[in-house]
Ligand binder design. Structure first.
Ligand code: PLP
Ligand code: COI
Length: 341
């Protein structure tokens, strides 16, 4: 197929407008049938719920070109279900799982010329989102909503790609116990903006958030979960009610166990243990697996034995297996790959 004239190899993680996006409106208790539109602008009332009280949630997933030239997405049903869960917590209506997957299919098909070619290192990032669109002035949920889904081609989330990054232990909190850390609410990201700009200004790539109640346990970063590897090759990931249940992390734990024969543990991770791990990585749709080489704890540096030059060996195996599955080089577990065309 003819592709757009884009320098795929040098794409960063930023917005490029594509041709078609999906939009559906919820009114009088029901979703309309939804359409594709070429209009990238959203027009809403000045008093819309999203603008006043941040009633919004979103998702993130990618479309890939496989080795044999198909276009696929990875586990879109899990993104759909997580959006159902996010919406429920924010008193928004459920956008049905099948309709979400259908919207993904329609938008990817309509923008197929923007799906980066196999081997380019880039992907088509899909951003479904939902927001309160009707006017509210008292603090209450809107009664009209809009679901949209657009696509934008992206390269690596962190500039160096697979080069290890440096993160710092953050004194700001991301999510309160019993709060909204486990859902993909826009408000979780609004309140992390100050912390990420501060981290960047101090020369760090990302923040490591600790649990808000005690500041002793590892939670996640602003946009990815953690995976650690112990010196005896166990894959460990933090368990917490206030982190986002990452689809990448859940997939990686399966890959570690079933494809690589590694022991895996999902459990509380004390920050004090981190200095004893052999490898550390950030995992998520955007991040894929970004290796961490150094963690700064208020001026005290933890240097991961895997170093600042390349991914640790287990992280690399996880990365290669997961991306191999996504790009059709390695057989996927049943139901993981949704073929678009
Ligand atoms: N944690 C946060 C806060 C995120 O924003 C994301 C991104 O979606 C993730 C984790 C990774 O989740 P997933 O692997 O489902 O993309
Ligand atoms: C993703 O990985 O899809 C995310 O949503 C993380 C970040 C870009 C917000």
């Amino acid at each position: 197929m003819k592709k757009k004239d884009i320098d795929w190899q040098n794409l960063g993680f930023s917005y490029i407008q594509t041709d078609q996006r999906y939009v559906s409106n919820f009114k009088d208790g029901a979703w309309d049938e939804g359409v594709l539109t070429s209009d990238a602008n959203v027009v809403i009332n000045e008093c819309a719920g999203v603008l006043q009280y941040c009633q919004a949630c979103f998702e993130g997933l990618k479309a890939y070109t496989t080795e044999d030239g198909k276009i696929v997405t990875f586990r879109p049903d899990l993104n759909a279900q997580r959006m159902v869960d996010s919406a429920a917590r924010l008193v928004m209506p459920e956008f049905p799982v099948e309709r979400f997957v259908d919207a993904v299919t329609q938008v990817v098909k309509a923008n197929a010329e923007y799906v980066p070619p196999y081997g380019s290192g880039a992907t088509l990032y899909l951003r479904p989102y939902m927001f309160g669109s009707s006017a509210v002035i008292g603090v209450k949920p809107a009664d009209e909503f809009q679901f949209r889904l657009f696509a934008t081609p992206v390269g690596p989330y962190f500039k160096g790609g697979a080069k290890p990054i440096t993160i710092r232990v953050c004194d700001f909190d991301r999510a309160a116990p019993h709060g909204t850390g486990h859902i993909k609410a826009g408000l979780n990201y609004a309140m992390s903006l100050y912390a990420i700009m501060d981290a960047h200004n101090q020369g760090f790539d990302e923040n490591m958030y600790l649990d808000a109640a005690t500041h002793t346990k590892v939670e996640e970063t602003g946009g990815a979960n953690f995976i650690f590897v112990t010196k005896d090759n166990k894959v460990v990931t933090p368990k917490s009610d206030s982190i986002l249940p990452s689809i990448t992390r859940r997939s990686l734990m399966h890959v570690a166990k079933e494809y690589l024969g590694l022991e895996v543990e999902e459990r509380e991770v004390c920050f004090d243990e981190v200095k004893d791990f052999a490898e550390c990585g950030l995992c998520g749709t955007a991040a894929v697996i970004s290796p961490v080489g150094k963690i700064d704890d208020h001026g005290k540096e933890i240097l991961l034995p895997s170093g600042m030059e390349e991914m640790g060996p287990i992280t690399k195996k996880l990365y290669d297996t997961l991306t191999g599955i996504q790009m059709g080089k390695i057989e996927a577990p049943k139901g993981w790959i949704h073929v678009i065309e």
